[in-house]
Ligand binder design. Sequence first.
Ligand code: KIV
Ligand code: ZN
Length: 512
Amino acid sequence: MTDKLIIFDTTLRDGEQSPGASMTRDEKLRIARQLERLKVDVIEAGFAASSNGDFEAVQAIANAIKDATICSLSRANDRDISRAAEALKGANSARIHTFIATSPLHMEKKLRMSPEQVLEQAKQSVRFARNLVGDIEFSPEDGYRSEMDFLCRVIEAVIAEGATTINVPDTVGYAIPELYGNFIKTLRERIPNSDKAIWSVHCHNDLGMAVANSLAGVMIGGARQVECTINGLGERAGNCSLEEVVMAIKTRKDYFNLDLNIDTKQIVATSRMVSQTTGFVVQPNKAVVGANAFAHASGIHQDGVLKARDTYEIMRAEDVGWSANKIVLGKLSGRNAFKQRLEDLGVHMESEADINTAFAKFKELADRKSEIFDEDILALVSEESVAHASEQFTFVSLSQHSETGERPHASVVFTVAGKEVKGESDGNGPVDASLKAIESHVKSGAEMVLYSVNAISGSTESQGEVTVRLQNSGRVVNGVGSDPDIVVASAKAYLSALNKLQSKSDRVAAQG
Ligand code: KIV
Ligand code: ZN
């Protein structure tokens, strides 16, 4: 007898809360389609009441995705819950996830509410939500640092009001596997109606134990839902990583004895899409999805793997989708082949005109680069959708001169609200000169907090993918740009970050 483990993906909600990881509606929709191909059970699409943009993203995902349950986060108040229900109207299967903090610290310092008030508000919210949607998840925020007796009262009460899933967050990543597992076990044993709900784990990675804690919550505590994100994306050190938890359960089925819906062959494609969209690069030695995860460098290991792969490999690279790095299109590929490849990659363009624009960009790239990989196509459409979302600044052309012993100089032509302008500057290197050339015109005053370059498909012939993280007036944004010329990729990334800084954010913090 095996039990099913529900995979609840919160990349588009908790993952997106990571500073700089915010995504446009179209980017979120593209990732949601990929999550559907990955066959996650629940997609937490956003926090509908936090901003109009998030409302629209949840709504678009609820209308488009048919195979997964679509969930919106909501604080424990009627307005948030009504907004979530409204956004979820088009979903085949909808869930409202409502939360309120229950730890002494959060109740006293953040909410300024007494425990009795929190208890009443939790009950009232679940009652209200239950009248709108049948599937209700309740989270006691900072649950792991809450007092056991009080937490038992709150959870028993919300189950009685109709909560169908109880999620126990380790909001600050403080838990230790054995303790967290036992914490959930005790809750389930002490709460009389605990069998009326599915139990869920939600762990943050501040001490690097989010995956271990989640698995302990499953094995010791009996949880049957894991909340996780692609690449472990999320605030601070991130959330429990979906790919790690899934591959642990699959690889050690002998121990966990749990069934999953996930199509593991989609893992690498999903990881790449999230990384390219958010600009959060995956570290090479990251388990399962890092570039080195299946690379055997030492002679002894290589020899062993060639003789019998299970000498050093516990998973097969192709089972998580690593075979995908092959040439897919080239200069002679036509529009139909391009369109088909977009569909295979889960990219849906709104109109034929959008496909034509993307195809023209593809042809431009194919003229400069003979082999076009899936990653190139995804990078190209990422850029397109960012450009669509906010076209304040767009790249036109760049020229730069650098020679040993001379200070590099660059001039960059770009458009500002449709009007062409040119900035010039010198700098420490060609990239520095190019970004200073843009800044000499824009005068954003933003501080650069991260600059990184990555070869999209591994060789010097590949496109460079640049991430630029800018900070201004308390906002942090990531811009991503790609091009075979890394100086051009850098200028594009800088302009993309400036575009994001320009777009107003009226977002409410989920844990504020
Ligand atoms: O970490 C957390 O507590 C959360 C809740 C909103 C579920 O993300
Ligand atoms: Zn969280």
